[in-house]
Design a protein around this ligand. Sequence first.
Ligand SMILES: NC(=O)c1ccc[n+]([C@@H]2O[C@H](COP(=O)([O-])OP(=O)(O)OC[C@H]3O[C@@H](n4cnc5c(N)ncnc54)[C@H](O)[C@@H]3O)[C@@H](O)[C@H]2O)c1
Ligand SMILES: O=C(O)C1=N[C@H](C(=O)O)CCC1
Length: 240
Amino acid sequence: MNILLLGYGKMGKIIGEIAESRGHHISGKINIDNRGDLDTLDSSKIDVAIEFSQPDAAFENISWAISKGIPVVSGTTGWLDKKQDIDDLTVKNATAFFYASNFSVGVNIFFKVNKFLAGLMKDQEDYKISLEEVHHTEKKDAPSGTAITLAEGIIGQIDRVQDWKLSDNGEVPSGSLPITAKRIDPAPGTHIIRYQSEIDDIEITHTAHSRKGFALGAVLVSEWIKEKKGVLSMDDFLSF
Ligand SMILES: NC(=O)c1ccc[n+]([C@@H]2O[C@H](COP(=O)([O-])OP(=O)(O)OC[C@H]3O[C@@H](n4cnc5c(N)ncnc54)[C@H](O)[C@@H]3O)[C@@H](O)[C@H]2O)c1
Ligand SMILES: O=C(O)C1=N[C@H](C(=O)O)CCC1
């Protein structure tokens, strides 16, 4: 496959290496300083664009590719207030758009465990619920996209939690789920969900040891999406 990398930072580089090791060709490596190269690129020769850039660039990158009919796999976090516009553009251009806040298989298992645990805890009002995420200091958004997906999983199961709020000390108004975001190098991504009561605590943790799981997931989805159309997610890709 011919793959265009929209964003060639920490993630773009690992994605490129894994894609080449699986026999794919990288047609372009686009960063903030060579974005003009897109004007001369032959879009008909690109099978899929993989977009890992930054929150304020994602919408423009994705729109550019979708408007040319190129299927896009995106993992950039922090821009989802505009996702509906991308979904509409995808349908209008009869192409495919795949978004995941986290492409690692382990985290997607963790998403399911989180929802299951939240379902068990929904009537256990003595437990205080909180979420913590830890990432490297170059991360531009907080909380992480993964933490937001986890929070939404809890909010969907537990009526006494209606929204989430970023909080340094865990203190939030009643009805809100506190998310604490820590920035410590070189953390590739750790997420902890805590249920704490006077009697006992329950904690579940996912710790990424490197970025490999995120990058491999994005390449596997790109191979899968080639013949697909529409707005897709991990629920379409994974069989669990
Ligand atoms: N979904 C996942 O599994 C997952 C995993 C890791 C990271 N991420 C997300 O992916 C994004 C990238 O992470 P990273 O660690 O590679 O960041 P990074 O800062 O290392 O790289 C981002 C790159 O985007 C480039 N860029 C900026 N503006 C651009 C533009 N207009 N067009 C093209 N490129 C542009 C920058 O030059 C930079 O090289 C972040 O939003 C991060 O949260 C998602
Ligand atoms: O390094 C990052 O940045 C990461 N971003 C994603 C998020 O915001 O959830 C996934 C984990 C790593």
